[in-house]
Design a binder for this molecule. Structure first.
Ligand SMILES: Cc1ncc(COP(=O)(O)O)c(C=O)c1O
Length: 383
């Protein structure tokens, strides 16, 4: 596909070295549960990948459960809470990914109480606000490491320490953080951590839930005895092998990746200064090195995204269009961003291989399209 892909927080391309590692497993057969030589070879490949992913996160291989997606991993934790408790309370950040917010809402419908902790306007959940949300009957505290829409980093280690002191289990969704910043289960001190390969140059179809030794897990899928009976179904050998290869690359190359992404992102953000009335969300907060989310006041974010798409730039907005109506992103809502600003926002997420010159080309296109949209709005014709 031609064009300039700048939506790396949605998904990343497969790294050629990951693809190379996967290729033999796309052509070879062998169920990793089988006893024969084909099965044993597949199992060895899966276990080697498990070692790589565990090393990336600083955990033990036996603590990892491979899943098909980050969504499945997050859902599994909520179903574990539901299986272990008749009711109780959950504290989640208001801007968690839908795989968390919807799972929490489902438990709410089953009688649990849910507190959605609001973010400050700078995009960070305050430790004190999260602490205030904890109750005697809180069963789970959930805080993502990096927000997918604005890239702000959250004080997971601090919140986890407070929660675990009170005997509350802690889930950290680290799907957006891995491959962009270091992620260590030891440093974060959580009970559960979610990661997905396709956000850091691995394949779709491979993700994992890290489960601290001693923390329980109720399988979402039951049937076979795969994954130590914690997730039934035949393991996806090629995808898991790719996941392991991506984890190895991330471990070896992260500082270089982060520096390259930050360089192009900073160049772009510096250039935004020349466009009037632009507000970069969470600019004062610690952020991922690759993400810019900015409001172009007086321009419609959806229209801007479509116009950039026509010029070959793939970017995104956090708003969702449903039943012909644009809905404000829950992230912006929980941050207290005004509707006007939220609807004027655009997310650009750069990748490790985005050429530095893209910043200049994108700035030129954004500058022109924003001027045009503002002109059309002033002329009263919309766009
Ligand atoms: C923060 C976060 N968590 C979880 C997910 C879910 O990942 P998947 O769609 O691969 O299941 C995503 C995907 O965008 C995400 O950004």
């Amino acid at each position: 596909m031609s064009g300039t892909y700048l939506d790396y927080n949605a998904t990343t391309p497969l790294e050629p070295r990951v693809r190379e590692a996967m290729m033999p497993w796309l052509e070879t057969t062998g169920n990793a549960s089988s006893v024969h030589a084909f099965g044993r070879r597949a199992r060895e490949a899966v276990e080697a990948a498990r070692d790589e992913v565990a090393r990336l996160l600083g955990g033990a291989p036996a603590e990892l459960v491979f899943t098909s997606s980050g969504t499945e991993a997050n859902n599994t934790v909520f179903e574990t809470i539901a299986a272990n408790h008749d009711g109780g309370h959950l504290a989640i950040a208001g801007f968690e990914h839908p795989s968390v917010t919807e799972a929490a809402a489902r438990l709410e419908r089953r009688g649990f109480e849910v507190t959605r902790v609001r973010s400050t306007v700078s995009g960070v959940i305050e430790v004190a606000a999260f602490e205030e949300a904890l109750r005697d009957n809180t069963r789970l505290a959930c805080l993502m490491r990096a927000n997918n829409e604005i890239g702000s980093l959250q004080p997971v280690a601090e919140v986890a320490a407070l929660a675990r002191e009170r005997g509350v289990r802690v889930l950290c969704d680290a799907v957006q953080a891995v491959g962009k910043i270091p992620v260590s289960v030891v440093d974060l001190g959580v009970d559960y951590l979610t990661i997905g390969a396709h956000k850091f140059y691995g394949p779709l179809g491979a993700a994992a839930l890290w489960v601290r030794r001693g923390a329980d897990l109720h399988p979402l899928l039951i049937g076979g005895s795969q994954e130590r009976r914690r997730r039934a179904s035949t393991v996806n050998v090629p995808a898991i092998v790719g996941f392991g290869a991506a984890a190895r690359l991330a471990r070896d190359e992260l500082p270089d990746w982060a520096a390259r992404m930050a360089a192009v992102r900073d160049r772009f953000e510096d250039g935004l200064g020349a466009i009037p009335d632009v507000k970069i969300h969470a600019s004062a907060a610690p952020r991922l090195p690759n993400t810019t989310n900015a409001a172009f006041l007086g321009a419609d974010g959806e229209a801007l995204m479509v116009r950039l798409d026509l010029r070959g730039f793939a970017v995104s907005t956090g708003s969702a269009c449903s039943s012909g109506k644009v809905e404000i992103s829950p992230t912006m809502r929980t941050m207290g961003v005004s509707d006007d600003e939220a609807l004027a926002s655009l997310r650009i997420s750069f990748g490790k291989d985005t050429p530095q010159e893209v910043a200049g080309r994108l700035l030129e296109a954004v500058g022109e399209e924003v001027s045009e949209l503002r002109r059309l709005r002033l002329a009263g014709s919309g766009s």
